[in-house]
Design a protein around this ligand. Structure first.
Ligand SMILES: Nc1ncnc2c1ncn2[C@@H]1O[C@H](COP(=O)(O)OP(=O)(O)OP(=O)(O)O)[C@@H](O)[C@H]1O
Length: 263
């Protein structure tokens, strides 16, 4: 099968072209362009307020850009939202969840929204709840309102995975997740990319991104400063953090700053 972009195989999993968004005076995303190959795992890194969430939200159809386009496997997210969202699994920033449901009930509901067969939803839900170690909470009837921050991340991830999408876009998936669960999460996502799926995550944790992803995009002040395979972006720098600080600029705490904290 071919598309307007040529043979289907060569169509990027995610292609952002000049995405721009301004909030009042703030240019949160400034001509953000990014091409994410299929089967890759990309880490989007940048300081607080760099524009990561804004860019990812526009990329997945949650925030309308002022200009620019986003395509998922060649499908325009804003022109053909249903088609694009079929291919996408999303863990948004500040995900709001139905607090009065258990995790299993949420997945059952989510499966129906996605038009999945009920047995299939149940089988996948049970497996994910077990692997993500949410099964005990489920047996105890724990409501999402009673979940910890890390548990909320995990159930959010399960909703993103439930319909087995081809592309996963996860905003800070490791935030508040304990180290053991983080390993499980990495193993799940690694298996997913090995099977041909594509992952894009945002994170502040440079060492984590360096360890698990194969591509990186560095963003600051709404602009992409570097992107590509990890080794190429890092160049001669020993660690990605050095590249990041070199591109973004370091902020020092001066000698006299916060002097009132001394005892
Ligand atoms: N809804 C909004 N209204 C006004 N300004 C916004 C809004 N959303 C984001 N911004 C601004 O846009 C800029 C980029 O924010 P964004 O949340 O995309 O950054 P980020 O890289 O995800 O940051 P963090 O790492 O702190 O989560 C910031 O200056 C932020 O204050």
């Amino acid at each position: 099968m071919t598309s307007a972009h040529g043979p289907e195989e060569s169509v990027p999993a995610l292609e952002l072209d000049s995405l721009t968004k301004t909030f009042d005076e703030t240019r949160a995303a400034d001509q953000v362009s990014l091409s994410v190959p299929r089967g890759s795992w990309t880490g989007l890194v940048g300081p607080n307020g760099a524009g990561k969430t804004t860019s990812l939200s526009m990329a997945v159809g949650l925030l309308r850009p002022d200009s620019g386009t986003a395509r998922v496997l060649g499908v325009d997210v804003w022109a053909e939202p249903v088609e694009a969202k079929r291919r996408l699994g999303v863990l948004p920033d500040g995900l709001s969840l139905p607090e009065r449901l258990t995790g299993g009930e949420l997945l059952d509901y989510w499966g129906r929204l996605r038009g999945l067969d009920r047995d299939l939803t149940r089988d996948r839900s049970e497996e994910m709840l077990r692997i993500l170690e949410l099964d005990r909470a489920e047996r105890n009837g724990t409501l999402i309102a009673e979940y910890s921050t890390g548990m909320r991340k995990k159930i959010g991830l399960a909703t993103a995975l439930l319909h087995a999408p081809e592309v996963l876009v996860l905003d800070e998936p490791y935030e508040a997740v304990d180290p053991v669960s983080a390993r499980v999460l990495t193993a799940i996502l690694r298996r997913y990319t090995d099977g041909g799926g594509t992952v894009v995550i945002s994170s502040h944790v440079m060492a984590l991104v360096e360890r698990i992803t194969d591509r990186v995009a560095i963003i600051a002040d709404g602009r992409v400063l570097a992107d590509g395979p990890l080794d190429l972006v890092r160049g001669d720098d020993p660690v990605l953090e050095d590249t990041f600080v070199r591109l973004v600029g370091a902020r020092e705490v001066g000698e006299g700053d916060l002097a009132w904290l001394g005892f």
